[in-house]
Design a protein around this ligand. Structure first.
Ligand code: ATP
Ligand code: MG
Length: 783
């Protein structure tokens, strides 16, 4: 017979046990990937509940994605039972803050029905402001401004604090302040928060209203944070606020108001600080660009004196070869504490390497290997393909479709980013939050009602002069002196929205959505359109109706606002559905915290990994290395690293070089199916001659645009990285020349086009027919 505590601790190593059982004010668990940090956090929560040391409502656990939150909840429930776990807050920083703000927003002058602007909304707003201020002519782009504002907010700087130290002699700086100011006031007018506000505003709220903060400080007795290395300053401050003691007089005031006495108060009347547990791995810090502060982990001991630190060293996820590769790569970062991970899983298979001629060729390799894995019984859902940038998915998707591999792209152009879904959502938002002008503007003339930019400007002017919202201005359409048709259209839309708004609280969400789509004529316009794409759009909109139905089924009491909140918080990784047998495609950033039996990391090339943007960032290449480390350590059993020699990007073909990180992996760990050196490779395994895949018709043309445009190719394709790369130097070919290709055999050049490094030869091969080759790098010699 086992006791519950034995079950709780079963299988854990001594350090893990200690981490689960430690009781004290602050606990830091630092450990490498796959060492059980998340597992320990989960069992700690279960242990607190099981021993009845805490009520579920006293627990706040922060995870990186909503999906991770759900998983953690399920695991805790599996140990202590569903009821015993009911009422815990396990969520992301954003979701936790939304919950707090929905309750407390009025304290800081907002309404509880505030809208949440996602990054696309923010950019759209910034774009408009840039136009209005002519800043777009001064080199400001929506992306750069959005990033800068976001960074400031993550440092808890608002416009005023920023303006106080800004240099107004610099006209660009002054203009930025103006943009930031407009952006902030537009958000405020719209009763909207952007993503970064959710956290920053909660921190402001807690700091300005200690009594409100005390409600949460008293409530949450245990705060636990996963992926602590990626918290930024605002998130860190939030944790600090939540884990402060409540002073005796504040506690007393609260109790007097609420008429109940808290068991939490100590002898001196104060409520002691909550206990804080954070787990993280500084080697996996990959969000510095968003203001995540690696110091948070390094300086934890300083900020929380007396904190207990526990190290975990055994990796339970990966084979020794995978782990050795990960350790070797990350040990090249100089600014880290060395830690050794070991595993008892055993050596396992070697890492498989492959160098494609092109992105397509690389994708074909990935597809072939996936098919082979699947044939050997590996489930598609246990396979993942990672890449550095979303643009790499196109080639992969094309080949996957052709190879009939079921796949899912996490993150890319998401369902909720489609125009028609945004339209439909905008209708819902105008009903939930009539103050939001962004949503209203979006649908004002969608479907076409004859409300053009001039009418919109007139409305805006009216709103500004009267100090009312755009929506209120619409209700006063008759006073604008517009033509009868436009006035009628405005009044009709206002009535429709007002009526649905009035009905919404008593109406299921799917019904509200359907009513809006039907009555506005939106759906009809799509259905009557001759544009075939509109048919797909109509289907997508119907899909959204299905989503609302699903939502209402799982949350019968859920309001429209609940639905909008849920949607706005869907993070990329949340689309992962384990039950569907599909291969997962995602960026390396999205992969954090996940694990798969087989992992493909594609595009292991200079300029992609490390990304060329990182070169100009301080610490950029180190951060990129950590990203690569995160990718490697997701793999349980099989790891594939692939790259391409040429890559079609932005409608152009560039010659790629192997990533510097490849060289950091000991050669004996990788088995190259096709090495970067191709036939020239010394020492490494010889590439198989003309493998079956390429016989099936690989063609460089697949990835080359017919007429190469402006050369963006690096002029030198050097050997500096591996010393193995092929470079034909100044080899010049002309029509009529005979050549020999390592894989394709002999052939005759029929034509040469392009210049310099991008010269392309069209060759009629005796055996395999016509091919196009990039002369500089093709494994060829002139006969
Ligand atoms: P990451 O740094 O990638 O987030 P992590 O440190 O959070 O990793 P977990 O995801 O908790 O690690 O654990 C990695 C894997 O090891 C999981 O599959 C988990 O179930 C397993 N695991 C953890 N501890 C043990 C143990 N003591 N015995 C067996 N398996 C374990
Ligand atoms: Mg984890």
């Amino acid at each position: 017979v086992t006791t519950p505590e034995e079950r709780l601790l079963s299988g854990l190593n001594p350090q893990q046990r200690e981490a689960v059982l430690y009781r004290g004010e602050a606990l830091l668990i630092v450990a490498g990937a796959g060492s059980g940090k998340t597992s320990v956090l989960t069992r700690r929560i279960a242990g607190l509940l099981q021993a009845r040391e805490a009520w579920p409502s006293q627990i706040l656990a922060i995870t990186f994605t909503n999906k991770a939150a759900n998983e953690m909840r399920e695991r805790v429930e599996a140990i202590v039972g569903r009821e015993a776990a009911d009422g815990m807050w396990i969520s992301t920083f954003h979701s936790a803050c939304v919950r707090i703000l929905r309750r407390e927003a009025e304290t800081i002058g907002y309404t509880k029905t505030f809208t949440i602007y996602d990054s696309a909304d923010s950019r759209a707003l910034i774009k408009r402001i840039l136009k209005e201020t002519d800043a777009d002519t001064m080199g400001f782009t929506p992306g750069s401004v959005a990033a800068r504002i976001s960074k400031l907010k993550n440092e808890l700087a608002d416009v005023d604090s920023f303006a106080r130290q800004a240099n107004f002699n610099d006209p660009k700086e002054a203009l930025f302040v103006e943009i930031f100011r407009r952006y902030s006031s537009e958000l405020e007018r719209a009763k909207a928060f952007d993503f970064d506000d959710l956290i920053a505003q909660t921190v402001y709220l807690f700091r300005a209203f200690p009594k409100v903060a005390a409600l949460y400080q008293r409530r949450f007795r245990h705060v636990l944070v996963d992926e602590y290395q990626d918290t930024n300053h605002a998130q860190y401050s939030l944790i600090r606020e939540l884990t402060r003691p409540v002073e005796a007089h504040v506690a007393a005031e609260l109790e007097a108001e609420q008429g109940y006495s808290s068991s939490q108060r100590a002898a001196d009347g104060a409520i002691p600080a909550a206990s804080l547990t954070v787990v993280g791995d500084s080697d996996q810090s990959i969000y510095a660009f968003r203001g995540a502060d690696i110091r948070n982990i390094v300086e934890f001991e300083r900020d929380f004196p007396g904190a207990k630190v526990i190290l975990l060293e055994q990796n339970y996820r990966s084979t020794q070869n995978i782990l050795d590769a990960a350790n070797a790569v990350i040990s090249n970062n100089f600014d880290r504490k060395d830690k050794k991970l070991f595993t008892t899983v055993g050596g396992g298979d070697k890492i498989v390497g492959y160098t494609g001629y092109s992105g397509h060729d690389e994708a074909q390799f990935v597809a072939d290997e996936i098919t082979a894995l699947h044939d050997r019984g590996v489930d598609y859902r246990d396979i993942a393909v990672f890449y550095r940038t979303n643009s790499q998915t196109r080639a992969l998707e094309e080949i996957f479709i052709r190879s009939a591999i079921p796949y899912r792209v996490l993150g890319g152009t998401k369902f909720y980013e489609r125009a028609e879904i945004k339209d439909a959502m905008a209708y819902l938002i105008t009903v939930a939050n009539p103050d939001d002008p962004m949503a209203l503007r979006r649908i004002m003339n969608v479907p076409k009602r004859g409300i053009g930019p001039a009418t919109e400007a007139a409305l805006q002017l009216h709103a500004d002069t009267r100090g009312i919202t755009l929506r209120e201005a619409m209700r006063e359409a008759d006073q604008l002196g517009l033509g009868p048709k436009v006035t009628g259209a405005l009044r009709e839309l206002a009535t429709l929205l007002d009526e649905e708004m009035e009905r919404a609280p008593r109406t299921p969400v799917p019904d509200t959505l359907k009513a809006l789509l039907e009555r506005s004529g939106y759906l009809e316009a799509l259905r009557n359109s001759r544009d075939p794409q509109d048919e797909a759009r109509a289907e997508n909109v119907e899909e959204l109706v299905a989503v609302t139905r699903e939502f209402q089924r799982s949350t019968p009491d859920g309001t429209l606002l609940d639905f909008l909140t849920e949607v706005s918080l869907v993070a990329a990784a949340d689309e992962l559905d384990d039950s569907s047998g599909t291969v997962s495609l995602m960026t390396l950033h999205t992969a954090k915290g996940l694990e798969f039996d087989a992992v493909f990391i594609t595009g292991v090339e200079e300029d992609l990994l490390p990304h060329r943007m990182s070169a100009s960032e301080p610490g950029g290449p180190s951060e990129e290395r950590r990203l690569f480390y995160v990718g490697i350590t997701r793999a349980r059993k099989k790891l594939y690293l692939s790259l391409a020699m040429t890559r079609a990007q932005f409608g152009d073909v560039t010659v790629a070089m192997p990533s510097r990180y490849l060289q950091e992996i000991p050669a004996e760990l990788i088995e190259w199916k096709q090495s970067p050196g191709m036939a020239n490779s010394r020492g490494g395994s010889q590439p198989r001659a003309l493998n079956a895949r390429r016989e099936r018709g690989f063609n460089l043309r697949d990835s080359l645009p017919p007429a190469p445009s402006k050369p963006r190719v690096k002029t030198e394709w050097t050997n500096q990285v591996t010393g193995k790369m092929r470079d034909n130097g100044d080899l010049t070919l002309a029509a009529g020349d005979r050549i020999r290709h390592t894989d394709f055999g002999e052939g005759r050049v029929t034509s040469v086009s392009g210049q310099g490094a991008k010269s392309i030869a069209e060759v009629q091969f005796d055996q395999v027919g016509r091919k196009r080759l990039l002369i500089k790098i093709a494994p060829i010699e002139k006969l």
